[in-house]
Write a protein of this length. Structure first.
Length: 294
C-alpha cells in the first residue's frame, strides 16, 4: 500500500480527475469572479477596468452592511436551532423511542425533501393576516389578541423565516446525529449507568463527549448552508419588507442580474466567500482542538 500511495503517478491517477473537476467547477469561477471585481459594465455594454472602485463602494454601501448583518444573524440563529433541535430529536430516537422511532424519523425528515417553494407557501398561509386569517392569527384571536401582520415588518418576518428553516431542515440533522449516537457502544452506556450516571448526567458526561465529532460535523454543514441562504428568503419574503430580510446572496443576485452591475456583484460575492472561509476555518480549529482534548 505504501509503495502504491508513494508513487506520484498513482497519486495523479487517483486524485487527478477529482482535482480537475474541482478546479473547473470551483476554482476557475472563483478566479473569474475575482477578475470581474476590478471592472464595471455588463455583457451588453462590455466591461472596462475601474481599479478598486468596487471595493471602495463595498465598504461604504449601507445596503451591504445591512445584508451582512442579516446574514450573520440568520446564520447563527438557524445553525444553533438546527443543531440543537436535531440533537434533541436524535436523543429522543435513541434513548426513548428506540426501535419505534422509524416512523417518527420519517415524518420529521419529510420536510427536508419538500420543495422550498412549497414550504414557503405553507408558512405564508400559516402566518397570513389577509385576505384570510391564518392558523397563527386565528389562535391569537381565540385568546382575545389582535392579528399580527408577520410579513409587514422586518423583525417578525425574520423570525418566521428562522422558524421555517429550522423546521424544514432539523430532520436532516436529526438523522445525521442519530447515526453518530447509535455508534456509542452499549457497554459504555451500561457501565456509566452502573456508576450512577443517568438522565442529564449521562448525556452531559458520556453521550455528549462521545458524539462531539459528529456534532461538530453537523455544525459545519449547517453554518456553511445558512451563510449562503437564498431560496428560502426568495420563497418566503423575497427580501422584504423593503430590504429587511435581504441576505448577501440575494443582494448580490439583484445587483448582478437585476441592475446588471456584474463587477460590483462579483465584489459582493467575494465578500461572502471571505466570510464563509473565515467561519469555516474558525469552526475547523475549534472542532480539532475539542476532539484532541477529548
Amino acid at each position: 500500500m505504501h509503495r502504491v500511495l508513494g508513487d506520484r503517478r498513482a497519486i495523479m491517477i487517483l486524485l487527478g480527475p477529482a482535482l480537475l473537476v474541482y478546479t473547473l467547477i470551483m476554482l476557475v469561477p472563483t478566479v473569474w469572479s475575482l477578475g470581474y471585481s476590478f471592472t464595471k459594465g455588463n455583457s451588453i455594454d462590455g466591461f472596462t477596468g475601474n481599479g478598486l472602485a468596487n471595493f471602495t463602494r463595498l465598504f461604504s454601501d449601507q445596503a451591504v452592511h445591512d445584508a451582512l448583518w442579516f446574514t450573520v444573524k440568520y446564520a447563527v440563529l438557524v445553525t444553533v436551532g438546527q443543531v440543537i433541535a436535531g440533537y434533541l430529536l436524535a436523543l429522543l430516537y435513541v434513548f426513548f423511542l428506540k426501535k419505534a422511532s422509524a416512523l417518527i424519523r420519517t415524518l420529521v425528515f419529510f420536510p427536508v425533501v419538500l420543495p422550498t417553494v412549497a414550504v414557503g407557501l405553507l408558512f405564508q398561509k400559516f402566518f397570513q393576516v389577509a385576505p384570510q386569517t391564518g392558523p397563527v392569527n386565528s389562535l391569537l384571536n381565540t385568546f382575545g389578541l389582535e392579528s399580527v401582520d408577520f410579513f409587514g415588518s422586518a423583525g417578525s418576518a425574520f423570525w418566521v423565516l428562522v422558524s421555517m428553516d429550522i423546521w424544514r431542515s432539523m430532520g436532516f440533522y436529526a438523522v445525521l446525529l442519530f447515526a453518530g449516537l447509535v455508534d456509542i457502544p452499549d457497554e459504555v452506556l451500561e457501565s456509566a449507568r452502573l456508576d450512577g450516571a443517568s438522565g442529564l448526567r449521562l448525556i452531559r458526561h458520556i453521550v455528549l463527549p462521545l458524539s462531539l465529532p459528529v456534532l461538530m460535523s453537523s455544525l459545519i454543514f449547517s453554518i456553511n448552508g445558512t451563510l449562503k441562504v437564498f431560496d428560502s428568503v426568495v420563497a418566503l419574503t423575497n427580501g422584504g419588507p423593503g430590504t429587511g430580510t435581504t441576505p448577501l446572496t440575494l443582494y448580490m443576485f439583484q445587483t448582478s442580474f437585476t441592475y446588471s452591475e456584474y463587477g460590483y456583484g462579483s465584489t459582493i460575492a467575494l465578500l461572502l466567500t471571505v466570510v464563509c472561509l473565515l467561519v469555516s476555518l474558525t469552526v475547523y480549529r475549534v472542532s480539532r482542538r475539542d476532539i484532541t482534548e477529548g
